[in-house]
Write a protein that binds this ligand. Structure first.
Ligand SMILES: [Zn+2]
Length: 115
């Protein structure tokens, strides 16, 4: 990673654009870009990031765009990202697995054998 990328705070591996959201929002970039450090889900053997807004895997990381030479759209996306606080792009997934409060959660259907 270059030093400039670090300074600008955009790690392209973790920034993604969802094309399904783009379609749904009429190309509202702010509502279609999301930040996720993963882990990616594997779809047909390819590591993909599911969109936390619509769960679609029709997404592409900024790194992908860079790799395929899509400089113009990438430039536009990164401009939008810089104009907004990062928190705006950290989206809680729609379907989230239940999280325990730190205390060891006991599974409900556990057989107890009394000695
Ligand atoms: Zn989406």
């Amino acid at each position: 990673m270059g030093i400039l990328d670090r300074l600008r705070g955009i790690d392209r591996r973790y920034w993604h654009v969802c094309y399904n959201c783009m379609m749904l929002t009429g190309h509202d970039t702010v509502k279609s870009v999301f930040y996720s450090e993963g882990p990616p889900v594997s779809v047909l053997g390819r590591p993909l990031f599911a969109c936390p807004r619509c769960t679609s895997t029709n997404t592409k990381s900024f790194q992908n765009l860079k790799d395929e030479g899509s400089e113009a759209p990438l430039w536009g996306l990164e401009r939008v990202v810089r104009e907004h606080p990062r928190s705006q792009f950290i989206v809680k997934p729609v379907a989230q697995p239940p999280v325990s409060d730190g205390s060891s959660a006991s599974r409900g259907n556990k057989e107890t054998t009394v000695q």
